[in-house]
Design a protein around this ligand. Structure first.
Ligand SMILES: [Mn+2]
Length: 245
């Protein structure tokens, strides 16, 4: 894995582009150009797409500009690692074999320059989220996916768009965000105790770095309100905000 390592999550590229979607994509493309120039490695930690569902012969055409851009990143020799989120879990061989270097269906770990990383999208981690954990089991169930795949794409995508609109409450109070961080720190501390140095998560649409004895929990933010990313240069992992200078 070539350094530096870049981490982004929760870009939520829209199935029905509206509002600031063009600006978002422009910023993202500039960021990707930066990744190319730095000759590093890119990790996308889930919810790259607001909705992705791939069929044996069909995939969503609205994402073509992004897919072409990412292909350009790959052509430049950059590895792109994709850890699936709750909005884009339903991939097939276009994502796993054609587009990405490697795709992860679950949390993953690796080591770089002597530092141990634990990567998770983060959905279902909160102690009070037991109802979601049941839902997560259902939407990841292979029979459920098989049945959904049997629906005509127009029907499947209409349903998905409805679900996606229902989930668009990404801005929380500071108090609730702090509760989330405290809860995630219990998870992270457990990983630190097991020898991991960095726990990186997405999903929570807030940016946060918590230092603990030379280890770090980083919550990546998103590309809706924050345009945030983390970078590991071989020595330190830092959360930053992308700006188009
Ligand atoms: Mn998510």
């Amino acid at each position: 894995m070539d350094l530096p390592l870049f981490f982004i999550s929760d870009i939520h590229l829209m199935l029905h582009p509206q509002g600031g979607e063009n600006t978002k994509q422009e910023k993202l493309f500039h960021f990707l150009d930066h990744v190319i120039k730095s000759n590093g490695t890119l990790f996308i930690v889930g919810d790259l797409f607001d909705f992705w569902f791939e069929y044996q012969h069909v995939m969503p055409k609205v994402y073509f500009p992004f897919l072409a851009k990412l292909h350009q990143v790959r052509q430049a020799g950059i590895e792109v690692h994709f850890l699936l989120g709750n909005h884009d879990y339903w991939v097939m061989d276009f994502i796993t074999d054609t587009l990405m270097t490697k795709t992860y269906y679950n949390d993953t770990t690796f080591e770089s320059n002597g530092r141990k990383f634990y990567l998770t999208h983060g959905d279902g981690l909160l102690s009070w989220d037991s109802a979601y954990r049941i839902l997560k089991k259902i939407i990841r169930n292979r029979w459920f996916i098989k049945c959904f795949r049997g629906l005509h794409p127009n029907i499947g995508y209409r349903f998905a768009n409805w679900i996606s609109k229902k989930g668009q409450h990404y801005v929380h109070t500071d108090e609730y965000n702090n509760r989330i961080v405290e809860d995630l720190m219990v998870f992270a501390q457990h990983k630190f105790n097991n020898g991991y140095n960095y726990v990186i998560t997405g999903h929570y649409h807030q940016t946060r770095t918590v230092d603990r004895d030379n280890n770090k929990l980083i919550i990546l933010g998103d590309w809706i309100n924050y345009y945030s990313y983390a970078i590991f240069d071989g020595n330190d992992l830092v959360l930053k905000t992308w700006s188009d200078k």
